[in-house]
Design a protein around this ligand. Structure first.
Ligand code: UGA
Length: 433
């Protein structure tokens, strides 16, 4: 069945949702308050770098089933409206739902009775029940349908999800079925539950990934002490089907706009409930320590001691984004490490295929990876872009003042960097014990 769908918010979740639902055959009106963004999207110009997204938006515009507007009154004609609004980190640590609440307050005057209101945004546990109460008198059922989209894989994750979660009260079960039907035929488990379970499942997934990563980062440190290899240890743990192979690579710390925010929010939710979830606090502390440990590794590689001075030392950074495949600098461990190096007096140049500019008082961003090596006393790989492996390491060595590389993603080919004369420091591989 073709539904008339409204999507409020044209950020990476909203735009992906709008474009993918159009692709699945629905009629979609996507609303955003930013007029210039709406104008650009109407021309098929997509500012968000998500593989496949521009094509889907353009296809939707051409077939006429995807429209963009700033005018909320167009929502009067939709059967389902999906809220894809930002829920930034609030003061206490939990997500701030003020933007969402302001929009929800306008819905009774806008939507036709029976229109299903869907929350895609990550919202604190209890929000769905509260919204359902607010909207019940207006005859608007509420369904929580949390998004599980990775940046850089959003379209793929929307169209081939691991699971589809629908959280609704007993009275709103028919509405939940209607939302499930939007996804059409799917191999994914479609799971109906209550609103709070859906909300908690979203936080718990991201926080679990954060726990897994802090666990592996600490294990990597232990590997170094015992001359073990974290790649083997990670692979061997991951072969246990109860654990799984993903998210077992050490790195400079976990970042981005979701894992840090959602882990802190879940901890706050637990505190409010009087539940001791100290392991989340430990994972967050371990993440901060990981960044400090990487800075010490860099100092050690350059000066021979973990506390050596970096005053005036030129360092080239390969990667600034929080992960490969995105230019996103929000809560990027790479940028946090850069700030710390700059505070210690290092002079930084950085290259990232997804980043055009960063904090100019911290790092000078250049558009050529070979320029970061110029006169550098060390290169540091901070983001796992595969193309860094393919660089001409002999050319980088020739440009650098000293052939030293610290590889916080265990990405580079040791033979290639070794042949070029680089000393190569990795995480959890080269024992120092
Ligand atoms: C995360 C979740 O993975 C998505 O499922 C979720 O929908 C999304 O948040 C969200 O809440 O919207 P994302 O923020 O795009 O997605 O980032 P991830 O791919 O989860 O990566 C998080 C961090 O873990 C990055 O800093 C990455 O470099 C790091 N990482 C990942 C490692 O250090 N090692 C690994 O093995 C894997």
């Amino acid at each position: 069945m073709v539904d008339r769908v409204g999507v409020i918010g044209a950020g990476y979740v909203g735009l992906t949702t709008a474009a993918c639902l159009t692709h699945l055959g629905h009629d979609v009106l996507c609303i955003d308050s930013d007029q210039s963004k709406v104008d650009e999207l109407g021309q098929g110009e997509v500012a968000i770098a998500e593989p496949g997204l521009t094509e889907l938006v353009r296809d939707g515009l051409i077939c006429g089933r995807l429209r963009f507007s700033t005018a909320m009154n167009g929502l009067a004609a939709v059967d389902v409206v999906l809220l894809c609004l930002p829920t930034p980190k609030g003061e206490g640590g939990e997500a701030d739902v003020r933007i969402l609440e302001e929009v929800v307050a306008t819905l009774p005057g806008l939507l036709a009775p029976g229109c299903v209101v869907v929350t895609k945004s990550t919202v604190p546990v209890g929000t769905g029940n509260r919204l359902a109460e607010l909207l019940r008198d207006a005859g608007l059922p509420v369904v929580g349908n949390p998004e599980f989209l990775r940046e850089g894989h959003a379209v793929e994750d929307f169209l081939r999800p691991d699971r589809i979660v629908l959280g609704a009260s007993e009275e709103d079960q028919a509405a939940a079925e209607r939302v499930a039907a939007l996804y059409g035929e799917t191999d994914a488990p479609v799971w109906f539950t209550d609103p709070s379970s859906a909300e908690l499942a979203k936080y718990a997934s991201n926080a679990f990934l954060a726990l897994k990563l802090s666990y592996v980062n600490i294990l990597a440190e232990l590997c170094e002490h015992h001359g073990a290899d974290i790649r083997d240890v990670g692979r061997l743990i991951g072969l246990d089907s109860r654990i799984g192979p993903a998210f077992l690579r050490p790195g400079p710390g976990w970042g981005g706009s979701c894992l840090p925010k959602d882990t802190a929010a879940l901890l706050r939710t637990a505190e409010r409930a009087g539940v001791d979830f100290g392991m989340l606090r430990d994972a967050m502390k371990a993440n901060a320590r990981q960044q400090a440990a990487v800075v010490r590794k860099i100092r050690l590689a350059i000066t021979g001691t973990p506390d050596g001075s970096l005053a005036g030392v030129r360092i080239g950074l390969l990667g600034l984004a929080f992960k490969a495949g995105t230019g996103d600098l929000r809560d990027s461990p790479a940028l946090a490490i850069a700030r710390e190096l700059a505070r210690s007096g290092a002079v930084l140049t950085g290259y990232d295929p997804g980043v055009e500019s960063a904090e100019p008082d911290v790092v000078q961003v250049v558009d050529d990876p070979y320029l970061v090596a110029k006169d550098a006393e060390a290169l540091v790989v901070l983001t796992e872009w595969p193309e860094f492996r393919e660089l001409d390491w002999t050319r980088l060595a020739a440009a650098a003042e000293r052939a030293v590389v610290v590889d916080t993603r265990n990405l580079l080919d040791p033979a290639a960097v070794g042949e070029a004369g680089f000393s190569h420091t990795r995480l959890g591989i080269d024992g120092h014990g």
